[in-house]
Write a protein of this length. Structure first.
Length: 281
């Protein structure tokens, strides 16, 4: 049985869709969310890839093909994409690890590189815990925790209205509306205080700006924080933890690093990491 890329190449050659010398430049990798395909196109193919896009769509059973133009825009982290072929409506339902994620890949980010962390969240036992997800998005971590972890309650905060719309739909789509309460707005403003056994800070670059609020959201006795950040390989176990420890001390919490996870490479020499930090009095 041919692999999808081999099948694409065979059809391109058969149909003579593009010049022979450009075939080797065709994308060997892609991202497929539900029935929407995202590809990075070599600059030498910019004048002819539209002829090949329907072949990729046919082989991979997709309704739309989007070109990844590189980068993201604004605080909502909207991906810079261009519709190459297919339906303009790129809303889809992506199935991963038994979770249904409904969203529009043309409007919202969905990082394939974070899959290992989403799967890790699905395996965490949080029986009867109260959880606050500070940056819920469409439910990246809220959904696996809510569906598989057994929490008592999850407060899912999201500031971006389009993402919040899908968050609400995904909560119902996965049957956890009795557990999850979506909250529209800035985590620092909408998250309830003195309530959480566990807090997810699935954001990075400026995550430390939200630590003061996090200390107020934790229960009086403390709890566990899943803290995402970016740092160099050499600073993985020190730099992010120092930020947490410093703020924890100001609130009379003792901080202990219980787990460190490299999620993915973010830039040359820079990693996206998550630290599980226990805080107690």
């Amino acid at each position: 049985m041919l692999k999808p890329y081999e099948e694409v190449i065979g059809l391109v050659k058969q149909n003579k869709s593009i010049p022979e010398e450009k075939i080797e430049l065709l994308p060997k990798k892609w991202e497929r969310f539900g029935n929407v395909l995202i590809v990075k196109v070599h600059s030498s193919l910019s004048d002819c890839f539209e002829l090949v896009a329907p072949i990729y769509a046919k082989v991979l059973n997709c309704k739309s093909v989007l070109e990844d133009m590189g980068g993201i825009e604004g605080t909502a982290r909207k991906p810079v994409l261009r519709l190459i072929w297919g339906e303009k409506n790129t809303e889809t339902i992506h199935l991963e690890n038994g979770i249904k994620y409904k969203f529009d890949p043309g409007m919202l980010m969905f990082s394939s590189g974070n899959m290992s962390e989403r799967i890790r969240m699905s395996k965490i036992e949080c029986d009867e815990e109260i959880i606050v997800d500070g940056f819920a998005g469409i439910g990246y971590f809220t959904l696996p925790l809510g569906k598989f972890g057994g929490p008592k309650k999850i407060f899912a905060c999201e500031i971006n209205p389009p993402a919040f719309k899908y968050l609400k739909e995904n909560i119902e789509l996965n049957g956890i509306e009795k557990i999850v309460e979506p909250l529209l707005g800035d985590y620092r403003e909408v998250a309830p205080e003195c309530c959480a056994d566990r807090i997810i800070l699935g954001y990075f670059k400026t995550t430390s700006n939200f630590l003061e609020k996090t200390m107020r959201v934790l229960k009086e006795r403390g709890g566990l924080i899943h803290y995402h950040d970016t740092c160099s390989k050499e600073e993985m176990s020190r730099q992010p933890f120092r930020k947490i420890e410093k703020m924890a001390n100001e609130f009379d919490f003792e901080a202990k690093l219980v787990h460190l996870e490299k999620v993915k490479s973010y830039a040359p020499g820079i990693y996206h990491v998550v630290l599980d930090v226990a805080l107690s009095r």
